[in-house]
Design a protein around this ligand. Structure first.
Ligand code: NAD
Length: 463
């Protein structure tokens, strides 16, 4: 039985701010000294959270706490490169909040990683874990580097030095990283092995590996973790789309990014009868209105490093594609657009010309507030990241529980439990949306903050 999505009432609320301000909440932005720059990603993320907190009437002290991370760790470490020279790398770990449980969140290896980015992603993790009712808080980390330009040996040394640099600040019951953009199960294995090697000698070595999730199955990874975020996106769409009047079987969709989240979302949707008609990644855009072969495209990306050149030969020659510009990609008519790459890819400009009924945020923070306003005015539904992509952290939690209890679940059990979590989170969001007459993003934050507010109410603040 799927959930009914009432159309966004788009009503103004009793606490809405004058239209001139780009922020929906400003009091605490001033108090905590955040930059009043509408393009600053952290300010944008905090503003969304505070707007929801005001609607929910979360106590002011909780709003203040949530507006800044608890800890921001920055490290610099040297790594010997293949050419014999040393390079200095910069790494981050931001621990946003642990009221609900250990800090939890991915590690990103990307040239654009910077502190505000990591802070925003850490806040999103706090919200995501609270919305899905996982016993975790939020964290995020990363290294400013381009993993595509590193040899396998260099990537391993960067990972191990980074793990050593932050090993004092993380732990299997304190802060548990996972894969994100530019990292994968192999990186998690090197990270866990380094942490274990540096940890107490009398500690159970297998237990120390619990310090990360998204590990290879051989060292305690969960079945279903690799596809989990994409599976979660699909579970939420299956729950929500029928009442928006979209039948997954036969629907057209497009994807930004064909990495972990984008490719798994596409492959699982294709198995349900949906048709992938356009993809864009860092190498370019491709389109085929008759439908792209999601499996052949994944093989092509694994070999070529991106979607560009797909269908020009080999097995995919019969399933050709036309190269398209970014603008042509966004204008391709689809039912659902799944951004699954980086932040801020749907700004006001793109929001004006996207040609879809629903945007399902596989990526974190892909839509800017200005983009959101345009989409809202155009009646395009946005399934927010903290709901749509929470499947990854949910199966990470399953992995952590399996490791703690020395068990391993079969894929059917993982998928079934994941589906329960995703459907419950979707229903919680829609209930909040109905009650507070707001958009789906604000509703998801409200549903998350309800949980955090309750925990602070009973725990109080030390001393
Ligand atoms: P990934 O490294 O596997 O893939 C990233 C994709 O982004 C690649 O296809 C790359 O080509 C594309 N990309 C990079 N720059 C681009 C650009 N300028 N234009 C278009 N495409 C570009 O990363 P991933 O794990 O799939 O993560 C993607 C997003 O999903 C991120 O926002 C991440 O935080 C989020 N996320 C990931 C997980 C997870 O389990 N991996 C969980 C939740 C959320």
């Amino acid at each position: 039985m799927s959930t009914t999505v009432t159309r966004n009432p788009n009503s103004s609320t009793k606490k809405s701010k004058p239209a001139a301000s780009p922020f929906r909440s400003s009091v605490i932005l001033d108090e905590v000294g955040l930059p009043k720059d509408p393009d600053n990603l952290y300010t944008q993320t905090v503003d969304v959270m505070l707007h929801a907190a005001e609607l929910l009437e979360v106590p002011r002290y909780v709003q203040l706490i949530m507006a800044q991370p608890k800890n921001e760790i920055m490290v610099h470490f040297p790594v010997k490169m293949d050419n014999g020279q040393y390079e200095l790398f910069k790494g981050y770990r931001v621990q946003h909040n642990n009221a609900l449980g250990p800090y939890k969140g991915g590690l990103r290896f990307h040239p654009d990683v910077h502190l505000d980015d990591v802070k925003s992603l850490a806040l999103l993790m706090t919200m995501k874990c609270a919305l899905t009712r996982l016993p975790f808080g939020g964290g995020k980390g990363g290294v400013k580097c381009d993993p595509r330009k590193l040899s396998s040996g260099e990537l391993m040394r960067v990972t191990r030095r980074f793990a050593a640099a932050i090993s004092h600040a993380i732990g299997p019951d304190y802060d548990i990283p996972a894969p994100d953009v530019g990292t994968n199960a192999q990186v998690m294995a090197w990270f866990a092995d380094t942490y274990e090697s540096l940890s107490d000698s009398n500690r159970n070595s297998w237990d120390a590996l619990r310090v990360v999730t998204g590990k290879p199955v051989e060292i305690g990874g969960s079945l279903g973790r690799e596809k989990a975020t994409g599976q979660g996106v699909v579970d939420v769409l299956v729950e929500l789309l029928p009442s928006i009047g979209i039948d997954i079987k036969g629907m057209k969709f497009s994807v930004i990014g064909y990495g972990n989240v984008g490719s798994w979302t596409a492959r699982i949707l294709a198995k349900l009868g949906a048709k992938l008609v356009a993809v864009m990644d860092h190498t370019g855009g491709i389109r085929n209105d008759a439908g792209l072969d999601t499996e052949l495209l994944a093989e092509h990306v694994a070999k070529a490093g991106g979607v560009a050149g797909y269908g020009k030969g080999g097995k995919a020659a019969k399933n050709g594609a036309t190269a398209v510009s970014a603008e042509e990609f966004y204008k391709t008519p689809v039912d659902v657009l799944v951004p699954a790459a980086l932040e801020q890819m749907i700004k006001a400009e793109q929001a004006k010309y996207v040609n879809c009924k629903v945007i399902a945020e596989g990526a974190n923070a892909p839509t800017t507030p200005a983009g959101d306003r345009v989409l809202n005015d155009r009646g395009i539904e946005v399934v927010p990241a903290i709901l749509a992509n929470s499947g990854g952290v949910t199966v990470s939690y399953f992995e952590w529980v399996q490791n703690k209890t020395c068990t391993s679940w079969d894929i059917e059990e993982v998928d079934r439990k994941l589906n329960q979590h995703m459907v419950s989170a979707a229903r919680r969001t829609l209930l909040a949306r109905q009650k507070y007459a707001c958009d789906m993003r604000t509703a998801a934050y409200i549903a998350a903050l309800e949980q955090i507010g309750k925990v602070y109410a009973v725990r109080g603040i030390f001393p």
